[in-house]
Design a protein around this ligand. Structure first.
Ligand code: SF4
Ligand code: SF4
Length: 402
């Protein structure tokens, strides 16, 4: 790898190893791209910026690493695959964008674990099994009896141990995740000329920031508005049933995951303030339980459809799959299905022994899923809203200069 400087208004560092590096993350061969712009004309997300995704491809071809990593537009792509269909040279810009996001996640991660997860599939798979086994074995060493009258899961695995492990995992995730997000936000902020003072230092700045946050988190991430409105025209044209639409399946996974995290947190909070001990049987309509049940069903359905669609290559967005894609789906699916099955088993007239073992598997895999979140595709759940915040901020009317 060599570094040199090309003449420009401001010095631009050129990394000639960038393109081969991005290719290690699964990028299709985009050397055939001659920047014709057809993909930009096709892309439903490119309405306000006629150079997207073509510009990202050029950054990689020219070795402009800093420009690539500080591109907020990289995360505006929903991998609908329309650009891949229309590209005259079959350069597959859609897959290239996905690979570049993997590369970005690995670049923001200082531990290099994300890089291993993406570029060394065999090591990643072994690591995933070992982490799950570690969590399961660790909890099993402290296990109690398996009462037969009713499924007393916290008698088998003490809830205090699960809470302590959960807190340790969350601390690791927050430290690793926040470091990556801070790096990304700093890089994009510098490129966009957004400073903390400008964003928060005046009433107008605060109002713009608030609106951009709402757009990025409320409308785009939780509401999936652009995904639904702009990436689904094809689905309507091809008469894909509403319950198989990409935006809905993706949204169900998002809502399910967020709902389960919220239900777990609320359950813990209720125990802390003495309202309800964790694990106390409550009727289905009890708000926290109802939230957990609906979120679990949502995640089971969403993850199952994602797996089936990816296996069948059911749409343009899943024509190419990496081990990391499968690993994430497997962790999501096992977490969701084991959790939902335990939820049902809790109300059986007598406690099935398999319920206890399933609980052990559920907690081990759920811990692993959260622990690996900053190092896998799941990290996009945070990186994308941050980038979309800058996209929304750029679309806000500028403050009048005085
Ligand atoms: S990726 Fe294909 S469509 Fe897009 S600019 Fe390059 S050659 Fe044209
Ligand atoms: S995959 Fe879809 S959203 Fe992404 S760049 Fe291509 S056309 Fe645009």
């Amino acid at each position: 790898m060599t570094a040199t400087t090309v003449p420009a208004t401001a010095p631009i560092r050129v990394d000639l190893g960038l393109y081969p590096e991005v290719q290690k993350f699964g990028a299709a061969d985009i050397s055939a791209c001659f920047s014709c712009g057809t993909c930009s004309a096709t892309c439903p997300m490119s309405q306000t910026d006629g150079t997207f995704p073509r510009r990202i491809i050029r950054f990689a071809q020219l070795g402009m690493k800093e420009q690539l990593l500080s591109s907020k537009e990289l995360w505006a792509c929903y991998q609908c695959g329309e650009c891949a269909e229309t590209c005259p040279t079959k350069a597959d810009p859609s897959e290239f964008m996905a690979a570049t996001r993997r590369y970005a996640i690995a670049s923001y991660d200082r531990t290099r674990l994300a890089r291993t997860m993406y570029t060394r599939p065999a090591v990643a798979s072994v690591l995933a099994v070992l982490i799950a086994l570690f969590f399961a074995a660790f909890m099993y060493t402290a296990h109690g009896p398996m009462p037969g009258e009713e499924l007393a899961i916290f008698t088998f695995i003490p809830e205090g141990l699960i809470h302590t492990m959960g807190i340790v995992v969350m601390v690791v995730v927050l430290l690793a995740g926040l470091a990556g997000v801070a790096t990304m936000a700093r890089d994009i902020g510098r490129k966009e000329g957004v400073s903390v003072r400008g964003a928060l230092g005046s009433r107008r700045g605060l109002a713009r920031t608030g609106r951009a946050l709402w757009t990025a988190v409320g409308r785009e991430s939780l509401g999936q508005v652009r995904f639904r409105e702009e990436c689904e025209a094809d689905a309507v044209a091809m008469a894909v049933p509403w319950y198989r639409r990409r935006w809905l399946v993706h949204a169900l996974v998002v809502w399910g995951f967020v709902g389960l995290l919220a239900a777990t947190g609320l359950d813990y909070g209720l125990a802390l303030i003495g309202v309800k001990e964790t694990g106390t049987p409550v009727p289905l309509w009890y708000p926290v339980r109802l939230l957990g049940t609906l979120a679990g069903a949502s995640l089971v359905y969403g993850a199952s459809v994602l797996i089936i669609d990816r296996y069948r290559k059911a749409n343009r967005s899943v024509t190419g799959s990496t081990t990391a894609d499968w690993l994430l789906l497997a962790l999501l699916w096992v977490t969701a299905v084991t959790g939902f099955t335990i939820e049902l088993a809790l109300y059986l007239p007598s406690a099935p022994v398999w319920g206890y073992w399933l609980f052990l598997v559920h907690v081990a895999v759920a811990m692993e899923l959260v622990l690996l979140a900053p190092f896998m595709k799941l990290a996009h759940a945070v990186y994308r809203p941050v980038a979309l915040f800058f996209v929304a901020l750029a679309a806000e009317p500028k403050e009048a200069s005085r």
